[in-house]
Design a protein around this ligand. Structure first.
Ligand code: GLV
Ligand code: GLV
Length: 331
């Protein structure tokens, strides 16, 4: 019996060879297609699959599990975040859910720093002006931005990515704050960060970086009341999940100069942006490319495949996220 693996989007790396070598039958998206599958096509595409290699743009809920059928054993998300998958529903149905942590941590931390620097030093705005023919020579007052050296960095989300973001701040002699209800000794040991209340972090940080996943506790963690207590010179960076920030409130805060700038890689309603965001000069806006390095994406593919191969052969996948999952018996 060769397991049928549905892949919802063509990705880079050695995934196809690896799946075929393991005896899997593949169902691939149509040649040349490079967009998230429209819902009806996705539901059709996963029908009868034993495993799905899924993108973060594919929603896996009861409807999708029904469409796939009872033989489904694993949904391997090609992402570290897995808020697109109803994990409780997956567990109920004996479907393993896996993600791709670690291999994209450095790439995503790099994008956080790229956004931090670009927003602080107004790279988006000044580059747009140059391309528009507005560079008339050096000027003493042009595009003055924020200094980084010796400033305070507030990390929201002291996980893998938050840790590497914090460690990279050593070159700028930054003081690092984080806000965690019980504290994370490992994070403190690795980064020298200090645990404070969220309000204190927001008040004292010059740079606030969110690497938070999306869940009930993090949705709209940052909204109007939080912008109101940030420094007017503060820069906010977001690389985890968009809905952590109330994006309409962010537009207001940026427009009214309640904060200096923001750098975003993720959005509340991707691929839509909140009204007015795109018109703001003090926002640097990237199209969700955090894990988009050649190395990270290749490694994510291999990790997803290895998780699929473990699950379809009845083993516990290494990057299982629904830890209460029990393999299906009988099949
Ligand atoms: C990207 O956003 C990911 O979760 O991997
Ligand atoms: C995700 O990789 C995280 O823990 O930040």
């Amino acid at each position: 019996m060769s397991p049928l693996i549905a892949v919802t989007r063509r990705i880079t790396g050695q995934w196809e060879e690896r799946l075929r070598a393991a005896g899997c039958e593949l169902r691939l998206p149509p040649a040349g297609a490079d967009a998230p599958m429209p819902r009806p096509q996705l539901l059709e595409h996963i029908k009868g699959a034993d495993g799905v290699l899924a993108m973060l743009t594919d929603r896996f809920d009861a409807e999708a599990f029904d469409a796939a059928g009872p033989q489904l054993r694993v949904v391997a998300n090609y992402a570290v975040g897995f808020n697109n998958i109803d994990t409780a529903e997956a567990t109920r149905r004996g479907v393993a859910v896996t993600n791709t942590p670690d291999v994209l941590t450095a790439a995503t931390a790099d994008i956080a720093w790229a956004l931090l620097m670009a927003s602080a030093r107004r790279l988006g705005e000044s580059e747009r002006d140059l391309r528009a023919g507005k560079f008339h020579g050096w000027g003493p007052n042009d595009y003055l931005g924020m200094d980084l050296d010796g400033k305070t960095l507030g990390i929201l989300g002291p996980g893998r990515i938050g840790t590497v973001i914090a460690k990279r701040s050593i070159g700028w002699d930054m003081k690092v704050l984080y806000a965690h209800p019980t504290g994370k000794p490992d994070f403190e040991r690795e980064t020298g960060a200090k645990n404070v209340a969220l309000d204190q972090l927001l008040r004292e940080s010059d740079f606030i970086v969110s690497a938070l996943p999306l869940n009930d506790r993090t949705k709209h963690l940052i909204g109007a009341p939080q912008f109101a207590i940030m420094k007017k010179t503060a820069v906010l960076v977001s690389v985890g999940r968009g809905p952590v920030i109330d994006e309409a409130a962010l537009v207001t805060a940026l427009r009214e100069k309640q904060i200096f700038a923001a750098g975003l890689d993720v959005y509340e309603f991707e691929p839509k942006l909140a009204d007015g965001l795109m018109q703001l000069e003090n926002a640097v806006l990237l199209p969700h490319i955090g894990s988009g390095s050649v190395g990270a994406r290749a490694d994510m593919a291999i990790m997803a495949v290895d998780n699929i191969l473990a699950a379809v052969s009845g083993k516990r996948p290494p990057q299982l996220v629904n830890s209460d999952w029990q393999p299906k018996t009988g099949a």
